[in-house]
Design a protein. Sequence first.
Length: 124
Amino acid sequence: MSVSFEQMRAARPGVFSPQCATRLVLDHVMSRWGVLVLWALTGGTKRWGTLRRDVEGISEKMLAATLRQLTADGLVHRDARATVPPHVEYRLTERGQELMALMLPLMEWIANNADEIATPQPAP
């Protein structure tokens, strides 16, 4: 770890206060669906239907809301072409790519350890 909790608080006073933007960004990025949509987009540009299939279990309403929020946050780019039928593609922005480069090791760790962690352990 490069920066401790204490070092971050010293460098940016108020960074963990309820009013700080860090809480808002963490909520968007680390939400149940936000992280999965971002992860799905690490594979490149995708259309709505592909994202819906890749992020299993997400409703259309949640996918729309999540993409809208991640686009507003500058992490996802939405490319809508005026064609019939409409053609819309989503991809990570440069900021989104930077974020995911940092998050992918965490996601790999979670994927490698999730089964063991989620399995109830016998009491000692």
